[in-house]
Design a protein around this ligand. Sequence first.
Ligand code: THU
Length: 160
Amino acid sequence: MSVSTWAISPPEKEKLISAAFEAKKFAYSKYSKFRVGAALLSTNGEVIKGANIENASYGGTICAERTALVKAISEGIASFTALAVVTDVASALSPCGLCRQFIREFCAQTMPIYLVPADYYEKVQKGDINGGILETSIGELLPHSFGPEELDLPRPGGES
Ligand code: THU
């Protein structure tokens, strides 16, 4: 699935990547020591940051992507043009399954998702113009997904 039809300017993309790095600084990753930062760009140009927030009861952990989405939605921001995610690993890491389903709820199938390596700026400095970013979309990360539209499909013989 392509992400090419989305209009995000190079400065906006840079702003979003930088916000994901900023977000990572506030990760509460006391147990895993694995920091994640996420940043969403809304259709009206706002950037909403999120970090992973862990809990002594491990299952209570909230991933960075979901933190950003919950922050945005709960503030009335519900339309997005891009998402960036960064960890401390020097390669592009992909959102977990639960986050994929969460992203699926609120983001269009082809919206760009930038998976940013921790050494993005060093890579750019060394002449890798893309900085090792993996650009993908929720349509690619979660194919054949179940989303809000599926609940509106006709259900012949089912309950109405
Ligand atoms: N984590 C995220 O924040 N996003 C993901 O998509 C994968 C995992 C966090 C959860 C936990 O705090 C740590 O990374 C290790 O799993």
